[in-house]
Write a protein that binds this ligand. Structure first.
Ligand code: TRP
Length: 416
């Protein structure tokens, strides 16, 4: 996911129980892969986004089906509807239920080596899906995209792809089932990649692309052609070394909702090219430390927790910057309780505490005033310190040799 703005996540839940027209119609919001902007103080209106994009809300009945089909508890990020929207998730569940194969596809644009916790979320979720379904996964590192959009040389963008790959590998993906690739390098390694790109480019008109991405006359033509490159990992024929000659294996793409425009185009052209339409699961944006209204910015070290932060830095940032839903004084807090909906520490716990009972206890204690803001923050600090330290330990164990193995086109353990 790119750098994103943030919405208070529970807003999604609230809006889902309200009626369709919820939200101020005067609030402007644009969400594209490159910019997320809203004039609303409450952050992104996710229900409105579902309507704008024409995707489907993740509903309880679908989640029931998910558990029924897999026979296992679903990941907490799905249970809490942090992955809140989808396209054809039900169809991919049908594929799985009928014993047929599918694969997972996700990616990252390597624009800096400072990955933060928010960048990790889709990968943590994707790993849980990989474990649950026991299926192959392809991860695209769009170093080409970052060369085109940012002030980065090709060499630097490519280098960042390999640096970011270490963080991704440290999430714990199964090497036997996971292929990670840099676009710049994969293009030279695998003829089917470019061939499928051309097929997509020929099937999408400029005006379609302009309609979806809002290109302007001054945009260089590299940008116009790029969407095809992000589209084709959705097609199994892009990876003959994994899927052989087969053309009929669909994929599921977990991604930030900001990436949906790419896959709307992909889904549109897929049947024309004789390929399967990918299914999608979209996540909300993780709030920045300062709250729902501000953008999480890679250039603002105070807005996020980086994977390279020390324990002391994590503690300081949360104590100093994490927006609090607590009251002004202890007396007032004890009397009125804290507001979990806007409290960033609580919102982060929703992302990182898997145990529902524990999270609910915290929510009750905090919102009744039994738990103070300092205590809530301490809870979060401990959890994030452990998570980041563990991540750093695993990342240190990722040798260049391991990176090379993950990034070599090869047969994966795939049960066709
Ligand atoms: N464009 C994405 C980014 O800038 C990277 C990406 C490529 C991606 N393929 C993807 C993200 C598939 C999610 C799913 O971060």
């Amino acid at each position: 996911m790119g750098d994103q703005v943030n919405g208070v996540i529970s807003q999604v839940e609230k809006l889902q129980v309200e009626d369709e027209g919820a939200g101020d119609p005067m609030d402007e919001q644009t969400v594209t892969p490159w910019s997320v902007q809203t004039s609303s103080a409450a952050g992104v209106d996710y229900n409105k986004l579902i309507r704008q994009f024409g995707s489907q809300p993740v509903e309880d009945a679908l989640l029931d089906k998910f558990e029924k089909v897999t026979g296992k508890p679903m990941p907490h990020l799905l249970r809490r509807k942090i992955f809140f929207s989808h396209r054809d998730l039900d169809q991919i569940l049908n594929v799985y239920a009928s014993g047929k194969p599918f694969y997972l596809y996700t990616g990252r644009g390597p624009s800096s080596d400072a990955m933060h916790l928010g960048h990790l979320i889709p990968f943590i979720f994707t790993k849980q899906l990989q474990d649950l379904f026991d299926i192959p996964l392809v991860i695209q590192l769009t170093d080409d995209e970052k060369f085109l959009w940012k002030d980065l040389s090709l060499e630097k963008a490519n280098e960042l792809a390999y640096e970011n790959a270490k963080d991704i590998i440290a999430v714990g993906f199964d090497m036997e089932k996971t292929f990670i690739f840099s676009d710049l390098d994969f293009m030279a390694q695998c003829p089917s990649f470019y061939r499928n790109i051309l097929r997509v480019q020929k099937a999408v008109t400029y005006s379609q692309a302009k309609g979806v991405f809002g290109f302007i006359p001054d945009d260089h033509i590299g940008k116009v052609g790029f969407p095809a490159i992000q589209a084709v990992p959705s097609f199994c024929s892009t990876f003959p070394f994994i899927f052989g000659e087969r053309k009929d294996i669909p994929c599921l793409i977990p991604c930030g909702i900001d990436q949906d425009p790419y896959f709307r185009i992909t889904r549109d052209v897929a049947p024309k090219l004789g390929f399967c339409k990918p299914s999608l699961l979209h996540s909300t944006f993780i709030p920045s430390l300062q709250g729902a209204q501000t953008k999480m910015s890679a250039s603002d070290p105070h807005s996020s927790i980086y994977l390279t932060d020390t324990n002391a830095q994590i503690k300081n940032k949360i104590n100093k910057y994490a927006f609090s839903g607590g009251q002004q004084t202890v007396e007032e807090h004890r009397a009125k309780g804290g507001n979990c909906d806007v409290d960033i520490s609580y919102q982060y716990l929703r992302f990182f505490v898997e145990d529902d009972a524990k999270l609910e206890q915290i929510r009750t204690d905090y919102s009744t005033g039994k738990m103070l803001t300092g205590e809530l923050k301490k809870e979060l600090i401990t959890i994030l310190q452990t998570l980041v330290t563990e991540h750093q330990r695993r990342r240190a164990a990722v040798t260049p040799e391991v990176v090379k193995q993950f990034m070599t086109p090869r047969k994966l353990n795939f049960k066709g």
